[in-house]
Design a protein around this ligand. Structure first.
Ligand code: AMP
Ligand code: MG
Length: 418
């Protein structure tokens, strides 16, 4: 199944092609949905349209504590008679007449007859008379949001595919949605392979290590809106790999995507490729010109029910697994969950310090970015892609393009956000 190395962009394109093919399929898989309460909708992907149930704001709203008035009158700085009071939640009784102001609070409806609000801080009082302090003037419409200026009843405010964050929850609440229809989380099977691995709760022998990839990938899957299904570790034996892969494609697991880690390099006990091949896998790429993560493979198996089961075989080294998850698996998982958020996410930052190295591969170097008005990113010294301690000190990866042999101090670099 070995094929030539693709560039990072070519490999990303393969993932995008797969996503498009899924969407364009003659009968695209029916995406199951579920109903959740607004309180537990954060992080989910909306599966219905959210529409305004009434005009927003539903009345002309004062944005200040102050005095509703006629702007032309207030702008002459004449004393105007205080003829009414409006608190938030109160409905105006009657209209504002010429020569009047009404005291009004932020969020209260502006009475008919008023076309502006001047701020209490800009007012002068004389018993029951108020004026706008000279030399201030007031424009019509100032400090008022007209009814329907934000949305009209029936307007589409959120489309299916929106990831529900705080702002989306707020607008759904404003429109009276106490339940929302959301996409079911994609189920992602996670299979770590390696003779040397013991589970977290196990006691490693002198040459064994704990399986950290499964919990790490489960956390990545959860953070990306998926549901992890962590399978027991499989040792480097053909029969066991065949058995577990057969299990994953059967209806027993009903996974939407499979992540395998380890066993895909050129070592004598790297048996994953062979097992996938025996299971009838179709390979879209096997190796990408990136570091870490070069051996990463992407392909598809067919589930017992005939549905495609996309898989990524990720290199065993933990940082390689994490980087390749972010670059390739996360975008596909998002698409499987109907999430329209574009992934992976990149940003620009200035490099603190310089970098020198060999060109040829797109590199992803663990780094810490101080996100501020001028984001500055610092590389974290590391011992290579197995150095989880360095990884745990990072909050992003600096991306070095394949043609670069150096980046100077203060140079602008792309960072991969994690
Ligand atoms: P492999 O891709 O199987 O050749 O593994 C590459 C390196 O990653 C080796 O040093 C493995 O011990 C390590 N490794 C593989 N799988 C895991 C895992 N699940 N958790 C932590 N380290 C792993
Ligand atoms: Mg291995």
């Amino acid at each position: 199944m070995a094929s030539t190395l693709l560039s990072f962009f070519e490999a990303s394109e393969q993932v995008q092609l797969f996503i498009h093919a899924l969407a364009e399929a003659a009968t695209p898989p029916q995406k199951p949905t579920e109903s959740v309460s607004l309180a537990s909708a954060a992080g989910r992907v909306l599966a219905e349209a959210v529409r305004a149930d009434r005009d927003q704001p539903p009345f002309a709203r004062s944005t200040r504590d102050g005095f509703a008035c006629r702007s032309a009158e207030a702008s002459t700085n004449q004393l105007l008679s205080l003829a009414g009071h409006l608190r938030a939640g109160e409905t105006p009784r009657g209209n504002l007449q010429s020569g009047e102001v009404w005291e009004i609070m932020t969020g209260a409806p502006v009475p008919e007859g008023a076309d502006a609000v001047f701020m209490v801080e800009h007012s002068e009082h004389s018993s029951n008379f108020i004026r706008l302090a000279a030399p201030r003037t007031l424009q019509a419409g100032e400090n008022i949001v007209p009814r329907g200026a934000e949305a009209h009843a029936g307007d589409l405010l959120l489309s299916p595919g929106a990831r529900l964050g705080p702002a989306q929850i707020a607008i759904a609440a404003q429109c009276g949605y106490d339940q929302l229809s959301v996409a079911t989380r994609p189920r992602v099977a996670i299979l770590s392979t390696g003779d040397e691995l013991v589970p977290v709760e196990g006691r490693p022998g002198p040459s064994q290590i704990r399986n950290s990839n499964s919990p790490m990938l489960a956390a990545l899957v959860t953070a990306g809106g998926g549901e992890p299904i962590v399978l027991p570790v499989v040792s480097d034996q053909d029969e066991l790999l065949d058995f577990v892969i057969a299990k994953v494609v059967s209806t027993a697991v009903s996974a939407d995507m499979l992540l395998i880690t380890g066993g895909i390099s050129a070592g004598r006990f790297d048996l994953v490729e062979g097992a996938l091949s025996r299971a009838g896998a179709r390979l879209f790429f096997g190796g990408v010109a990136i570091q870490p993560g070069k051996p990463v493979s992407f392909g598809q198996l067919v589930r017992a029910d005939g549905q495609p089961l996309p898989f990524f075989a990720l290199p065993g080294n933990p940082i390689s697994s994490a980087v390749t998850f972010h670059l390739f698996a996360a975008p596909l998982m998002a698409a499987l969950g109907d999430d329209s958020t574009p992934l992976p996410r990149f940003a620009l930052a200035r490099l603190a310090g310089e970098w020198r190295g060999k060109p040829g591969l797109t590199r992803f170097l663990p780094a810490w970015c101080d996100f501020g008005p001028a984001s500055e990113v610092r590389l974290i010294p590391w011992q290579g892609s197995g150095d989880i301690a360095a990884f745990a000190r990072a909050n992003c990866f600096v991306v070095i393009p394949p043609e670069a042999g150096a980046v100077e101090e203060g140079g602008l670099v792309q960072i991969l956000l994690t």
